[in-house]
Design a protein around this ligand. Structure first.
Ligand code: AMP
Length: 385
């Protein structure tokens, strides 16, 4: 019996981990991605073509059970077109909102969910006007296409506006006030075709220069109120979108409560710990949801610290290959090392979060960081793509 095919737009590391989960569940993924060296292509069928290539899309969905995506930088028209022939989840409508920062904010505003003060900008003149509203310092973020701090620039004073506009490539953007947050949190949940939702515990995430470096699961010292508030936000967003699959909401914890930074209608870096830390990983859950199968369990079974490997593989990770350590799980994506690029992650699990942190500090000190849990956050000043 040949396994059923799940068609996936995008073949990066999220696709790779979706494929690994699919294999365990008796399925396999087939990918479409214009990058010939996209890492999921090393282990699965990979059609190398632009996302808007109609003939390639036909080949992608040929005989597939369902079509999904692993990043939001794909044309919604392709999903719409495919939906005439195959089940598509999450939907084109959900992606249309998720792939545009301004549309995300419009939805949050409509739902009465708090976020940083923001205003749309499409010219240098707009920035001056918007700065009067959101104040300084502020961050300009391209509406579409940015990730990991790219497509963003800091504005400390009105004089910075022309350089910032230049830095983001003069694209339609959103200006946003800088939030002075206590820390960053993230909630990852899954919504089934029938509308049932389950949530993993809220995690604490630490970013440096706009890139996620570490996730602590569960987030230390979180109250039930915060868990419930995060769930309420994620549920409201998922329901408004009619979302099916995994959804991640990134949050700022502030003295005035939670503010949403952004959300993603796909599997997410802040959910990687679930591969080892929960009975059903986010990747398995995404597949279960889009395949209309019953959801699994989102309990935390092993407190985890997930550290991203960014730019280059450190010596400690290379040593782990020859000398594995119990509770330390290395995931290398097979990507070419490049500054600022996520090329793998390491998850350390232990009976308590403190022990998991101590383990990470001992085994992968370059990745574990020295800070005591209160991140400084911040945006790279020169982070344009
Ligand atoms: P983003 O690309 O919007 O996810 O931003 C990446 C990271 O930059 C966030 O996780 C924060 O660490 C930081 N950041 C983004 N927006 C803001 C903001 N309005 N205020 C403070 N820090 C921010």
């Amino acid at each position: 019996m040949t396994s059923e095919v799940i068609a996936v737009m995008g073949a990066g590391q999220l696709g790779l981990m979706l494929h690994e989960a699919a294999l365990r569940m008796g399925y396999r993924c087939r990918f479409l991605d214009p990058a010939p060296d996209a890492c999921a292509g090393r282990v699965a069928e990979h059609i190398v073509a632009p996302f808007d290539d109609e003939e390639a899309l036909d080949r992608l969905i040929d005989g597939a059970t369902v079509l999904t995506y692993e990043n939001e930088h794909i044309p919604t028209e392709a999903l719409e077109r495919a939906s005439a022939r195959v089940s598509v989840a999450p939907s084109a409508q959900a992606l249309r909102v998720a792939q545009d920062r301004l549309h995300q904010r419009e939805l949050l505003d409509r739902l009465g969910i708090a976020s940083a003060p923001h205003a749309p900008v499409s010219s240098v003149e707009d920035i001056a006007e918007a700065l009067r509203m959101v104040g300084t310092p502020a961050i300009i973020k391209a509406r579409r296409g940015g990730f990991d701090g790219r497509g963003q620039a800091m504005i400390h004073a009105a004089e910075d506006a022309p350089a910032a506009w230049e830095a983001i490539g003069q694209r339609p953007a959103m200006l946003e006030g800088v939030v002075s947050f206590r820390r960053e949190l993230s909630i990852v949940g899954v919504r089934s075709q029938a509308g049932e939702m389950r949530f993993y515990p809220v995690v604490e995430s630490v970013h440096e220069r706009g890139i996620l470096v570490r996730t602590r699961a569960p987030g230390p010292g979180l109250t039930t109120e915060i868990e419930h508030e995060a769930q309420r936000i994620a549920r409201a967003v998922a329901e408004a979108l009619g979302h099916v699959g995994v959804l991640a909401v990134e949050l700022f914890e502030t003295p005035r409560g939670l503010l949403v930074n952004e959300f993603a209608t796909r599997v997410h870096n802040t959910g990687h710990w679930t591969i080892e830390g929960s009975p059903t990983s986010q990747f398995e859950h995404h597949l279960l949801a889009i395949l209309s199968r019953p959801l699994g369990t989102t309990d935390l079974v092993a407190p985890s610290i997930m550290c991203n490997i960014i730019g280059a593989i450190p010596p400690s990770v290379i040593r782990l290959r020859d000398r594995p350590v119990e509770g330390v799980h290395v995931h290398l994506y097979g990507k070419e090392p490049r500054p600022g690029r996520k090329i793998g992650h390491v998850t350390c699990t232990a009976p308590t979060l403190q022990e998991a942190e101590a383990l990470a500090g001992r085994v992968v000190p370059e990745l574990a960081g020295a800070e005591g849990g209160i991140p400084t956050g911040g945006i790279p000043a020169d982070a344009a793509e």
